[in-house]
Ligand binder design. Structure first.
Ligand SMILES: *Cc1c(COP(=O)(O)O)cnc(C)c1O
Length: 494
């Protein structure tokens, strides 16, 4: 195709493209204007016309019409008018799904968020002294009671907490860390990168599978500021492994104490990045033992940091607990200001922590803990409830199709904690499985994500679509799943 020829034929096609205003006058849009804001409609029409122009330039034989552009722009406008950040129904069986927002908040936390967001609050106001207060005060006492630490501070997330600790205490100094703990958490959070960012000099010791106390001793110099222990929360090494506990690290650190004092050097700190931040002993509920924050403090760690929205089950936050002297320094670090929490997160965090004052209350009221520890029988009962819900909806389609659209049955499945927590821990669960007599699992999976008011995330396995009951939160969510599936089958008859 010579360029010249295409230019001539396309230009006439392109000239025939309608103006934005012309498309907006199309009957489809007259209808829409009542429900969708005009800027979204105009934007959708503009983008659709621009897209068609590119297509016409690429292909001289292509033709388009005002009707076609109106139809495409209409669909685009409907999609763009929806909120982008929406509720999702998680039927994957992965409890802490980072892509789906990790922890679901307890009702008590939600109420607290609404209460402080709807009006003014005591965010930085001390009512006892009628004076300016600190936002760091709201959770500190609770965190101390729950972990046994002297002091605490919460920032934007645990990645921020790690960065802040390293830059406050190890800038231009050495940090000793085991090669077995140099992890990437996902989304560009790598321990070596955080070291660089905080201008700490990383000193790697040991090997991937084994690190010994003597490795730390040998690596210690006058420039050593800190021993970093990282909980390898998203992977496991099995076989011949050995790592050095925080307790052993504190022994090593104190063995250097006198020598350093004589030289006028500060003590070596032991800091554990615990990742998940478990406040409850999971082994009491048939799950693997996950080190708790309290245990890390009891082992002698000077500082421990962990996430607010992993196993703790609250809002996104990074919590640092430890000695008062060190936490006070962190409170004055400029990062504490740059990475501070907003009032809604603080409200959620405080309310969630309050639930932990009673272990059984925490376990039943914090959705993350409830889903993790819910007994198999209870999950099976929920799966049966979901199956019945779906069956009832599908029965209403009998006029469309004499044959059932799908067969429904319960299957044993494995749920996971996810979010880099409890690695390798398989939680027995139950899912509703759909075997398709019409349509198929892949199309239905896509339909449920894209065409329902709230995306429904299921999982395809052996041509069946599975809905794990462990992460489906309520009867209302079950109803939505059932209606979504029904609409999928109904769409096959349109
Ligand atoms: C998850 C995790 C982080 C990052 O925490 P965020 O709260 O997601 O920023 C850091 N370290 C460890 C060991 C983790 O598991």
């Amino acid at each position: 195709m010579s360029k010249k020829a295409s230019d001539i034929s396309c230009s006439s096609n392109i000239r025939s493209l309608p103006q934005v205003e012309e498309v907006l006058k199309h009957p489809l849009f007259i209808q829409l204007e009542a429900t969708i804001a005009r800027p979204i409609l105009v934007d959708a029409v503009r983008k659709t016309i621009a897209e068609k122009r590119v297509l016409l330039l690429e292909d001289e034989d292509k033709v388009t019409s005002r009707d076609e552009i109106a139809r495409d722009a209409f669909l685009r406008a409907v999609v763009n008018a929806r909120p982008s950040l929406r509720h999702v129904i998680n039927a994957t069986g992965i409890i802490l799904h980072t892509n789906l927002g990790r922890s679901v908040l307890a009702e008590e936390a939600l109420d607290a968020v609404v209460a402080v967001a709807r009006g003014y609050s005591t965010l930085e106001y001390n009512v006892d002294e009628l004076s300016r207060g600190s936002r760091h005060d709201h959770c500190e006492q609770l965190l101390c009671v729950l972990t046994g630490a002297e002091a605490a501070i919460a920032v934007n997330n645990n990645a921020a907490a790690v960065l802040m600790v390293l830059s406050e205490f190890a800038q231009d100094k050495e940090v000793v860390v085991s090669r077995g703990e140099l992890i990437e958490i996902g989304g560009a959070f790598r321990i070596p990168d955080i070291m660089n960012l905080s201008h700490a000099q990383m000193v790697e010791v040991g090997t991937t599978n084994k690190t010994h106390p003597s490795d730390y001793e040998r690596a210690t110099t006058d420039d050593t500021a800190l021993y970093l222990k990282v909980h390898t929360s998203n992977y496991q090494i099995i076989g011949f492994t050995e790592s050095v506990s925080a307790k052993e690290m504190t022994h090593i650190a104190s063995s250097f104490k006198e020598e350093r004092q004589a030289k006028g050097l500060s003590e070596i700190l032991v800091y554990e990045d615990l990742g998940s931040g478990c406040l409850l002993d999971f082994s009491a509920y048939g799950l693997p033992h996950e080190p708790t924050v309290k245990e890390a403090i009891a082992q002698g760690c000077d500082l421990v940091s962990f996430s607010g929205d992993k196993l703790l089950g609250s809002a996104q936050a990074g919590i640092i607990v430890g000695s008062k002297k060190l936490i006070d320094r962190l409170k004055k670090n400029p990062f504490a200001r740059a990475m501070r929490l907003d009032k809604m997160t603080l409200a959620a965090l405080e309310a969630t922590l309050r639930l932990y004052l009673d272990t059984e209350q925490a376990r039943t009221k914090i959705p993350t803990l409830r889903m993790l520890t819910s007994p198999y029988d209870a999950t099976q009962a929920r799966a049966e409830e979901l199956r019945v819900c779906i069956e009832e909806e599908l029965n209403t389609l009998s006029a469309l199709s004499p044959e059932p659209c799908a067969d429904l049955f319960l299957v044993g499945e494995i749920a996971y904690a996810g979010g880099g927590s409890l690695p390798g821990c398989e939680i027995p669960s139950v899912a509703v499985a759909l075997r398709f007599n019409q349509g198929n699992a892949f199309d239905c999976e896509q339909y449920l994500v894209q065409q329902t008011p709230n995306p429904i995330i299921a999982r395809v396995k052996h041509d069946h679509l599975l809905f794990d009951a462990r992460t489906v939160l309520s009867h209302d969510e079950m109803k939505e799943i059932a209606q979504g599936i029904k609409r999928y089958f109904a769409s096959l008859y349109q």
